[in-house]
Design a protein around this ligand. Structure first.
Ligand code: HEC
Length: 104
């Protein structure tokens, strides 16, 4: 009986460890998914034609530095300062990579 309890406790501890490891290694959200949030205002593939500036055809560096400037309040904005704060710097880098590579 004692060994059954010990085995159950051991299995439970393994499961808890596995769950914790899984939570820590949650895959980052792909840049393509993050960048989809930009289309709502900047248009499909960033080719907006109205008030909001188009963001297609830019280099990764241009996009990343604009986003970091918005995030850190170095660039005045109405919307983008708030939007950029919702992403980590790594996520902004992934967005800049995605848009510069695929939004032509
Ligand atoms: C709610 C609408 C909205 C969303 C969503 C949005 N933007 Fe913007 N974006 C704007 C507006 C409006 C401006 C003009 C600056 C301002 O007033 O905030 C702008 C400006 C920009 C600029 C500067 C363009 C230039 O030529 O000066 C970049 C770069 C940019 N956005 C990138 C993004 C990226 C990348 C995303 C997605 C992560 C995104 N935006 C999501 C509304 C939006």
């Amino acid at each position: 009986m004692r060994s059954v309890i010990a085995t159950a406790a051991f299995v439970a501890s393994l499961l808890a460890g596995a769950a914790a490891a899984q939570a820590q290694q949650a895959a980052p959200i792909p840049g393509s998914v993050l960048a989809a949030t930009c289309s709502g205002c900047h248009g499909p593939a960033g080719r907006s034609v109205a008030e909001i500036p188009p963001i297609n055809g830019r280099t990764e560096q241009q996009l990343l530095s604009a986003m970091l400037d918005f995030k850190n309040d170095r660039r005045p904005a109405t919307v983008m300062n708030r939007h950029a704060k919702g992403f980590s710097d790594d996520e902004l880098a992934a967005i800049a990579r995605e848009i510069s590579a695929n939004w032509r």
